[in-house]
Design a protein around this ligand. Structure first.
Ligand SMILES: [Zn+2]
Length: 322
């Protein structure tokens, strides 16, 4: 048996996460630009990509233990290699103690899944690309970046400089968008997470990305259909997880009372009121003032199942026992 202990989580202030889950690629052209962006998740138009993508998700959900009692007694460890990419001599410095601290935050968030992370090494890359250079033109540079810098037999965490230019002015209208980090959702080919250096110590960003890495969707996902409040369809719509309530998404965050961590007064067409889990790591809401970030038990089970699946289990650190 296991239980969720949330007392170790702390509330911090963050901007809305703009995070992508890259979930498919064209086998023919090996280019993410062939994919269409939708709700910050990339999808390929061709059948092959779609099949690969859904195959991964089926791997998780098809193996979900029906009684929800999954053996999590044995802790599994994933080694992390941090790569600090310095664009030039003025690049933002990353103190190794910050890396250690970020792993502590991650391990507390993942403890109930009996998944832990261990630092293998910290490496430096000179004359590196910054986050904007890797993400521009629909992440055009990302496949080569990944191929060049990912390590084998570990999860590579890339820390990139960030030019701080998040806003554009077009016809006197200013729009702002910021990428804090991104990763694939349960994908063989890119076993990495990319973060902007300033987000290393953000207590939501790293667990959020690691949640994607181990198969979790955003709680407000609507790609397969919007989850209804009564959630008869919770296994096949929304984030496919029934323990996270229907989430209309950050557009409706004006309805949230963050002091009570509750959405109040947003009613659907049937007269039911939305009560999303504001403090869920996989939501796009701001942190609640007095409630810690959390995963649900079912999310932990999905991540554990994903971690043991053949998409991720080759990254598990071999046990030294015996
Ligand atoms: Zn995300």
């Amino acid at each position: 048996m296991w239980s969720i202990n949330l007392s170790f989580l702390y509330i911090t202030s963050i901007a809305i996460l703009i995070t992508i889950g890259l979930s498919c690629r064209s086998a023919q052209q090996q280019r993410i630009v062939d994919c269409n962006e939708s709700e910050d998740v990339f999808y390929c138009a061709d059948t092959l990509c779609a099949k690969i993508y859904h195959g991964h998700i089926d791997t998780i959900y098809g193996n979900m233990p029906p009684d929800m009692y999954y053996d999590m007694d044995e802790t599994i460890t994933f080694p992390l290699v941090f790569k600090i990419h310095n664009q030039n001599e003025n690049a933002r410095k990353v103190d190794p103690r910050e890396v250690t601290k970020s792993i502590e935050v991650l391990n507390k968030a993942f403890a109930p899944s009996a998944i832990r992370f261990e630092l293998r090494s910290i490496e430096t890359v000179s004359d590196a690309k910054n986050l904007q250079q890797v993400t521009q033109n629909s992440y055009e540079a990302y496949p080569d970046f990944s191929l060049q810098h990912d390590v084998k037999n570990a999860i590579t965490i890339h820390l990139l400089d960030d030019n701080g230019q998040y806003c554009d002015k077009v016809n006197e209208v200013v729009s702002c968008r910021r990428v804090h980090g991104f990763t694939y959702i349960l994908n063989y080919q890119y076993p990495n997470i990319v973060l902007s250096k300033p987000d290393l110590l953000n207590e939501k960003v790293m667990p959020h990305e690691m949640g994607h890495f181990f198969g979790l969707f955003h709680t407000h996902r609507s790609v397969e259909g919007e989850e209804s409040i009564m959630r008869a369809d919770c296994e096949t719509t929304g984030d496919h997880i029934c323990s996270t309530p229907a989430d209309p998404g950050p557009l409706y965050s004006v309805y949230i009372d963050y002091t009570r961590c509750e959405m109040i007064g947003y009613i659907d067409e049937n007269g039911y009121e939305y009560k999303p889990m504001i403090n869920n790591y996989m939501s796009y809401y701001y942190p609640c003032y007095r409630k810690a970030f959390a995963f649900t038990e079912e999310q932990y089970i999905v991540m554990r199942t994903a971690a043991l699946s053949n998409v991720r289990n080759h990254l598990i650190q071999p046990s030294l026992a015996n």
